[in-house]
Write a protein that binds this ligand. Structure first.
Ligand SMILES: [Zn+2]
Length: 472
């Protein structure tokens, strides 16, 4: 019998794998993918029915698209369900506060409220049901076991304990697994210095946080006379919230700095249990633990599933979430997937290069979401624009700076020969129009026609020099 034959599954809270076992649930983790598909379909049908009959939001959305849960006969039928975006959720919550009309449990059955920070508009509230919280704990324990964490470990959690789901998800997973937790937190002035002496004193064997914080911690350690390898004892460091731990150069840097295994994890908070993208101890790219959250990779334009070996956008579907289920949630991330075997023996697909981009190229500059396409739209609407541009983002001390290099047209070039103010005028006009579009005043550098290399790839027009994790 499988660990979850009923839906929603209730996990045995006393269950522990054999200490020597590589797997938490050996059968589920190593079964033939075809066999697992049948299991996923059973869970999926129950999940989709749950959402349809309990949520006005899903019923309306799916009725409009001509989808009914009865139409879900095979896993392929999942693509009949329309994609769900963050904007739709946000809009539904604004219209049906506070949790939206996709809350599928009674408000009194909500155990915890988390959410996004909402720096750029209305935040999203995550309402997590009592039983869902236990399922998240069990999922995270299972995946952390896969990463090599054992009950004998002490886990230092060096990330914010507030709305941010990452720290809490790690904490409950660690508690379910039976490890010792050290929920140290982050973000309080002077806390990193305190962390150094605590880490030396307690010598935790595992670390959770963001890759950039781990590297900052190492820098502070060295400045204060500690050796991150000798004075600390991290055996495993696992990460989410940023792509760094999946990028080979950063992974190597973290492993060499701390003498540890660097494990990449994380989908997105909406999808908690967010660890269902999670590397095993062999670190061959994140496994998609798709009997907990089912993940498709789809073509960014056609939205059709792409075959293994191809690049696409992860689209996530909960399989055991009762409170705010996400069905075909569009992540907007870019990744590549494979079904090639992993040395660990798990038969889940993998993201061998992690999550390495955004399909919409969205930039966050001084807390504002900036779409390069919006800048492009403004430039292309201006007569004096010469056809090619670059967006350069830098960080001066703590402030993000946005510079746009734009070519002027050849007619502007000939006008400029007799009237030196033409270029100045164009520069001011560009700055003004872009500022009113995106809310940030850019520095405009005008360059003569034909200066910039032509490119078909939008991403190559964006140069983000703030990014610590880009490969050289
Ligand atoms: Zn593996």
């Amino acid at each position: 019998m499988l660990a979850y034959d009923k839906w929603p599954p209730i996990y045995d809270e006393t269950y522990m794998p054999e200490p020597e076992s590589r797997y938490w649930f050996p059968r589920e983790e190593t079964m033939e993918p075809r066999e697992r598909e049948a299991l996923i379909l059973r869970k999926l049908r129950a999940q989709v029915e749950w959402a349809y009959y309990r949520s006005p939001f899903y019923r309306r959305k799916w009725d409009e698209a001509g989808f009914h849960p009865e139409k879900l006969k095979t896993l392929d039928d999942l693509r009949r369900i329309p994609i769900l975006t963050k904007e739709e959720i946000r809009k539904d919550q604004a219209e049906n506060p506070p949790f939206g009309s996709y809350l599928c449990v009674e408000p009194r059955d909500v155990l915890r409220i988390h959410g996004t920070s909402g720096t750029t508009g209305r935040p999203t509230a995550f309402a997590i049901g009592r039983d869902d919280w236990r399922r998240i704990a069990n999922a995270h324990a299972r995946i952390m076991w896969g990463a090599g964490i054992r009950p004998s470990d002490t886990i230092f959690i060096g990330s914010f304990f507030s709305l941010y789901m990452g720290s809490w998800g790690t904490l409950i997973g660690a508690e379910r697994l039976g490890a010792v937790s050290f929920p140290f937190g982050a973000g309080v002035p002077g806390q990193t210095l305190m962390a150094l002496s605590w880490i030396k004193e307690i010598r935790p064997s595992a670390f959770y946080g963001t890759p950039s914080y781990a590297l900052y911690l190492a820098e502070k350690a060295r400045e204060n006379g500690y050796d991150p390898k000798e004075d600390f004892a991290f055996r495993i460091m696992f990460f989410s919230g940023e792509p760094g731990a999946g990028i080979p150069t950063t992974k190597r840097l973290i492993e060499e700095t701390f003498g540890c295994k660097c494990i990449d994890m994380g989908s997105t908070a909406e999808m908690s249990p967010w660890m269902t993208n999670g590397e095993c101890e062999f670190r061959q790219g994140m496994h998609l633990w798709n009997d907990i959250v089912y993940t498709e990779l789809v073509d960014p334009d056609t939205k059709e599933p792409v075959p293994f070996g191809s690049e696409g956008v992860p689209v996530y579907t909960h399989l055991e979430r009762t409170s705010q289920p996400m069905i075909r949630f569009w992540s907007g991330d870019l990744s590549l997937w494979t079904d090639e075997p992993c040395p660990c023996g798990r038969t889940y697909p993998r993201l061998p290069k992690g999550i390495y981009g955004r399909v919409d190229d969205m930039l966050v500059i001084r807390g504002e979401n900036v779409y390069p396409s919006a800048i492009e739209e403004v430039l292309r609407s201006m007569e004096g624009f010469g056809g090619e541009f670059r967006i350069i983002v830098t960080r001066e001390k703590v402030m993000d700076e946005l510079t746009i290099q734009a070519e002027y047209s050849s007619s502007i070039a000939s006008q400029a020969r007799s009237d030196s103010e033409v270029l100045q005028h164009l520069q001011k006009e560009m700055q003004l129009r872009i500022k009113s579009k995106i809310g940030i005043r850019p520095t405009i550098e005008l360059v003569s026609p034909g200066t910039l290399e032509r490119t078909q790839f939008k991403a190559r027009r964006v140069i983000d020099k703030r990014d610590l994790f880009k490969e050289g």
